[in-house]
Ligand binder design. Structure first.
Ligand code: F6P
Length: 361
């Protein structure tokens, strides 16, 4: 009996439930067994794993977050942690795994894959009676789905959750604009995104922000003067309010944290204006998924199972160039799969470029 495990890991994101639903339903439709791994890698290690049935995933596409729970798990970073996780999988004969999460979670999955054979040998050598010898030397097949509001994985045009987060950011800022206009105030707003400026930049365009600070930009020495000139220019043109967005992860030229409080005080030193700061925080990550994230989750979940259970022309499990580990990506409007290795290499490269300031503006 083929068994597929599905889990979410790292920060939750709206639309993850759709992905879980599609993985479960497509696996069951093929008459295979599907396991729900609860609380991320922590649950995989401790065995918080339940068999799913058709109704386990009913009525969940409209709910944000991850209904099976997620976590950031330090133990899984260790070989021993991964060995405990693998043991749970061997005991259930679960050799197919779908991991839904950000780059950290997919890196964890890759590590499990790298250690898998060695761990298998050790487990059999230790003589665990729950293990079936027929499974000695069995490969792990792995598929990743990028679920993160940050949209920071370079190989997919969209990660699950980023559209919903943007929707929430825009809605919140639209509300702030109303009160800002009434009082002729300046609002400095912090948005999430870790090291990636996607949420800051794209929401900035959509809400007609006057200035956006994002982590990939190199801040000029005189940034505060330039900012205030810009604010004064638009005020002269009749604008009654200003919106400034700061992406999480912004740093100044000295590499120091750069936040809304700092921007507020620099403006107040230069202009007579009422400035307020707002950090949208986890409100951006919670809440109902948009249509696009529901659809993306469903498409990616379905394609993850298709990829996992791909067979060659003789009906044997496909072992192609993907090294049995791939990531489901969106390119334009098309779902494509990429090798996990390649995706993680590209992400690392992009993060390096951001760190060293070589990003194409
Ligand atoms: O990766 C998603 C994200 O929301 C980031 O934008 C943010 O930096 C981080 O997670 C916050 O993590 P936590 O919920 O653990 O505070």
């Amino acid at each position: 009996q083929v068994s597929v495990g599905v889990m979410t890991s790292g920060g939750d994101s709206p639309g993850m439930n759709s992905a879980i639903r599609a993985v479960v339903r497509e696996t069951l439709r093929r008459n295979y067994r599907c396991y729900l791994i609860r609380e991320g890698y922590a649950g995989l290690i401790s065995g918080k794993i339940d068999e799913a049935n058709w109704s386990s995933v009913a009525n969940i596409t409209h709910i944000g977050g991850s209904f099976i729970g997620t976590s950031r798990c330090d133990e899984f970073r260790t070989y021993d942690g991964r060995k405990k996780a693998a043991k749970q999988m061997y005991e259930r004969q679960m050799f197919n795994l779908v991991v839904i999460g950000g780059d950290g979670s997919l890196t964890g999955a890759q590590k499990l894959k790298e250690d898998w054979m060695k761990i298998g040998e050790e487990l059999f050598a230790e003589g665990n009676i729950k293990l079936d010898v027929a499974n000695k030397g069995r490969e792990l097949r792995l598929v990743g789905i990028v679920g993160s509001i940050d949209n920071d994985c370079i190989e997919t045009d969209k990660s699950i959750g980023s559209d919903s987060a943007l929707h929430r950011i825009c809605e919140s800022i639209d509300g702030l604009v109303m009160t800002a206009q009434s009082h002729q105030r300046i609002f400095v707003i912090e948005v999430m995104g870790r090291h990636c400026g996607y949420l800051a930049l794209t929401s900035g365009i959509a809400v007609e922000a006057d200035f956006v600070f994002y982590p990939e930009m190199s801040l000029e020495e005189n940034w505060a003067d330039k900012l205030c000139q810009q604010l004064e220019t638009v005020r002269k043109l009749g604008k009654r309010h200003n919106i400034i967005i700061i992406g999480e992860g912004c740093k100044n030229a000295k590499g120091e944290k750069f936040d809304a409080k700092l921007v507020k005080s620099e403006i107040e030193n230069r202009m007579t204006a009422e400035v307020r700061t707002v950090s949208l925080g986890h409100l951006q990550r919670g809440g109902t998924p948009t249509f696009l994230d529901r659809l993306l989750g469903l498409r990616m979940g379905y394609n993850a199972v298709k990829e996992l259970l791909r067979v060659d022309k003789d009906g044997k499990p496909f072992t192609g160039s993907q090294n049995n580990a791939s990531v489901i990506c969106l390119r334009g409007h098309t779902i494509k799969q990429q090798s996990l290795d390649k995706v993680l290499r590209k992400v690392e490269q992009a993060n390096d470029e951001i760190k060293h300031g070589n990003v194409e503006k």
